[in-house]
Design a protein around this ligand. Sequence first.
Ligand code: 13P
Ligand code: SF4
Length: 359
Amino acid sequence: MAPVAQATTRAHAPARMSAAERFGVLEHPDLSYTPAVARETEHLHARVKQFIPAIEWPVYAPYVHAINRLKKQRGAVILAHNYQTPEIFHCVADIVGDSLQLARDATKVDADIIIQCGVHFMAETSKLLNPEKTVLIPDAKAGCSLSDSITGADVRLLKERYPGVPVVTYVNTSADVKAETDICCTSSNVLSVVESLESDTVFCIPDEYLAMNVAKQTKKTILTWKGHCEVHERFTANELLAYKESHPGIEIIGHPECHPDVIAVCDFSGSTSGMINYVKDRRPSRVLLVTECSMASNIQAEVPDVDFVKPCNLCPHMKRITLPKILDSLVTMTEEVLVDPAIADRARLAVERMVNLKQ
Ligand code: 13P
Ligand code: SF4
């Protein structure tokens, strides 16, 4: 009998309309490089001309122009992580930032549609904080090695094995994992989140290196998981020491997803925005950012007096997001990010606890 009852319930449940059905699909815009497009995008090219020479701009400009026009027509806002390429970061994004800033700003956006230029967990976080809004990601395959390293079932097992130990989960995780979590953190607030908990022992998962780095700054015992960022784990202390030798006076600043041996040879460590602020405020004459490639390019134009040495690594997931895919999202209203309602409320609580934490 049970299967029949289930089938009846499903048949009576109202079918969910897709974003394309709710908002409609537009005609694909003409992508010619006309004199009008050239004129209307000139000021945007000025922001990225160090990376996109004038001869290549006619390839980018029609996309930039069409995206900015359709974004207004749709009433959409584009959120972009600091690792997005310069033409996305400087020419079409409305809000840019690190994971924490994007999560915070996602709660303040006054638009029905959010286009998340970043990886999937970031789009999911925006959806958790804006359940009534439509969140689109230009490529749903934009994943993250940290997020892929752990499942909700893994966290349930950890909690069974270590009852009473609070679980701090890095925001680079799926909603399923966040739902099993006491509170989320990002690289910019991990220490304050850990310190905010009463327990002397705390799980800080899934990034082993972030946990090891925070363990050096707190008296608490930190338990962790064996997840790694495939971009930051490639940097080595020896490689950086060689740069120090060949470039006397260079300042090296690293992301806390790097191994503690790497952070030990850095002059500063912080979130992606923390690193950007360090460069903008301190204006080192020469700097090396131990992080994803696009970061240096995104700030270079704003600090022309700083010489960037770039032994950077690419995040293949972040690089899945491109101008043609952003345009496609706006035209077809895909790919919509949805979170299973059964886990969304618990996952949201963990993110909201983090966002509301006084720092
Ligand atoms: P931030 O929170 O510092 O922006 O880091 C996100 C990330 O994915 C770094 O690899
Ligand atoms: Fe994930 Fe690393 Fe890419 Fe950041 S840089 S999204 S942590 S794989």
